[in-house]
Design a protein around this ligand. Structure first.
Ligand code: ATP
Ligand code: MG
Length: 221
């Protein structure tokens, strides 16, 4: 098979996968949702857990509000790693999300969301906008997150912060998310999706029954 055909076939497979993921998350096939029923898809995962990769692979074309991107906008030196502007970046992002949800568009909120108060802010926003709050949890083993993080540039950028996150910060967030897993179902998410801890391609997702909090059996999307 020629390289061009192979690429086309891979594109088709990826298209199918993203279509199935969209359906599993209760999203419409296109960017435009039914008016009044947009979704606020919230990623939960520590640095290096693969959030950006998962979104670009499985929700291509969906509007993604990335905390890193917002930091880049708010940072006086335009540095996405600039942690000093996090509060402004979150405020800006919540306003952007509100605007889009109001317009009936679903959005992905791409941040670590390791801390419960941050998740509750998003649940409140969804309730206010009558949007469906959906959580997608990426929680690979800590060693994988640390290994991916170690591939990132350790040199401080213009803001003085490096793209590589200190290992102890990742460990703390990983721990925090790990401890939250059992309680997520009680937080008020309309749907909770857990990517398999060891799945490299990300095609398999565990679901948790929102009522009982018990994981369903492994579901391959
Ligand atoms: N499923 C995967 N299989 C193999 N490599 C992956 C996978 N997901 C992500 N990676 C790699 O791991 C690194 C980190 O992924 P990514 O940037 O998506 O993480 P992130 O959760 O968005 O991190 P951050 O919170 O720091 O923005 C990237 O180099 C990416 O290529
Ligand atoms: Mg990211």
């Amino acid at each position: 098979m020629s390289g061009r055909h192979l690429a086309a076939e891979q594109d088709a497979v990826l298209g199918l996968e993203s279509e199935r993921v969209r359906r599993a998350l209760g999203l419409m096939p296109s960017r435009k949702e039914l008016p009044g029923w947009p979704s606020l898809v919230t990623m939960i995962g520590c640095p290096g857990s693969g959030k950006d990769t998962w979104i670009s692979r499985y929700l291509p074309g969906m509007i993604s509000i990335s905390l890193d991107g917002l930091r880049g906008l708010c940072s006086p030196v335009g540095d996405e790693a600039d942690q000093s502007v996090t509060d402004e970046a979150v405020t800006l992002g919540l306003n952007v999300a509100r605007y889009l949800l109001e317009a009936g568009l679903s959005v992905v909120w791409n941040a670590t969301n390791a801390e419960k108060p941050h998740r509750l802010d998003l649940l409140r926003l969804a309730a206010e906008m009558r949007a469906r709050p959906v959580a997608v949890v990426l929680h690979p083993p800590l060693a994988i997150c640390l290994e991916r993080n170690s591939q990132r540039d350790p040199r401080p950028g213009l803001s003085g912060f490096a793209r590589r996150v200190p290992a102890h910060v990742i460990a703390r967030m990983h721990d925090e998310i790990g401890h939250s897993l059992g309680g997520l179902a009680g937080e008020g998410w309309h749907q909770l999706h857990f990517t398999s801890p060891r799945v490299v391609t990300g095609t398999a997702v565990d679901r948790v029954d929102a009522a009982s909090g018990k994981p369903h059996q492994f579901v391959r999307l």
